[in-house]
Design a protein around this ligand. Structure first.
Ligand code: UT7
Length: 325
């Protein structure tokens, strides 16, 4: 047990300027706005400009999160970037963010857990902070997925977008023993037997290329509904909190039908679910912190409320986190 609470002290998001609507896509892909909306809930996505890289998006989101936390780059002891679209194969995108922010020497690395990457990063940062190794950590989900979509594969290329979301996690002394704040419980899992359902068909040691996104949509959909719901049950049990106490479900934004099915299984009213997929599409590791920022900025998510994050993606890897904001 620890006497340090890991509190979300700031949240920031960044979406590239270029908006691509379903109608825009229908000009180059054999698809329609109606199909994309009805099957996925997506209306538009943001794509990077030429020369804009993942660390640029991540840095912009991080500046906003730092500002909201009232912190300076020198206060940050740990930077974790969750991404499957790093600037380069190595070094980590996190060190480029460190350089761009002007964070002095500290810990910086990337996490590769696809759409579950932000939850994996949150869990890791929680461990660093609660064991007293660092005081403030930046956890950033950042993706430029547009760079490895196959425009001939209409079942996947219409689903993804670019963006970044960042959270500052800070170690604080407990306010009251009765009502702990911050990260209350996390749950992580992966099953490599299911890797064939969502992956990029390239890499440095296999093809020497980056590859393109390949997905068996139906299998991923089925697993997502099951594992995301189970992951929420798991964290509420770990924290000994009834899921009926949850104020906001902030899920990974892959498909509105997945989100609705999970909410139904969890008996969470749709009015308690933060949805951004219509505007952002699926931004993989960035989707939860971007949705969190949207919910905070429009005044729905308030301090002291109970939030649950949950995601599933390539790996398959999945996880959840219960947080008193
Ligand atoms: O973040 C990572 C996690 N990713 C996910 O969670 C995604 C999970 N999967 C899904 O969201 C859904 O499976 C999709 C949105 C990818 C697909 O929805 P679906 O209801 O499973 O559609 P489908 O793949 O069964 O395709 C139905 C039909 C097919 O035509 P036929 O064979 O019925 O004639 C497809 O060829 O829709 C066709 N289709 C399209 N039509 C217009 C597939 N893509 C498109 C498209 N536009 N873009």
């Amino acid at each position: 047990m620890t006497d340090i609470e890991c509190v979300i002290s700031g949240v920031g998001g960044y979406l590239p300027e270029r908006v691509v609507t379903n109608h825009d896509l229908a000009k180059k892909v054999d698809t329609t706005d109606e199909w994309i909306r009805s099957r996925s809930g997506i209306g538009q996505r943001h794509f990077v400009a030429d020369g804009e890289v993942t660390s640029d998006l991540a840095t912009n989101a991080a500046w906003k999160a730092l500002d909201k936390a009232g912190l300076k780059p020198r206060d940050i002891g740990l930077i974790i970037v969750a991404t499957v679209t790093p600037d380069n194969t190595f070094p980590s995108t996190a060190v480029y963010v460190q350089k761009k922010l002007g964070v002095p020497t500290g810990i910086a690395f990337d996490v590769s857990a696809a759409c579950a990457g932000f939850i994996y990063g949150l869990n890791i940062a929680h461990n660093f902070i609660s064991t007293g190794q660092v005081k403030h950590a930046l956890i950033i989900g950042a993706e430029t997925l547009s760079c490895f979509l196959d425009w001939e594969d209409r079942a996947t290329c219409v689903l993804f977008g670019d963006g970044a979301g960042a959270v500052v996690l800070s170690g604080e002394p407990p306010r009251t023993a009765r009502r702990p704040r911050g990260v209350l419980a996390t749950y992580l899992a992966a099953d490599g037997n299911l890797a064939e359902h969502l992956y990029a068909d390239g890499g440095p040691s296999s093809t020497g290329t980056v590859g393109k996104v390949r997905m068996n949509g139906k299998e991923v959909f089925r697993n997502a509904v099951q594992e995301i719901s189970d992951a929420v049950f798991e964290v509420t049990e770990r924290a000994k909190i009834s899921r009926h106490e949850i104020d906001w479900f902030v899920p990974h934004q892959a498909n509105i039908r997945i989100i609705q099915s999970c909410a139904k299984k969890l008996e969470l009213d749709e009015s308690k679910v933060v949805v951004t997929i219509d505007k952002h599409a699926n931004t993989s590791s960035a989707s939860i912190p971007l949705a969190l920022e949207a919910g905070i900025n429009d005044g729905r998510i308030q301090r002291d409320q109970l939030l649950v994050f949950a995601a599933l993606g390539g790996g398959l890897a999945w996880g959840s986190a219960l947080v008193r904001y």
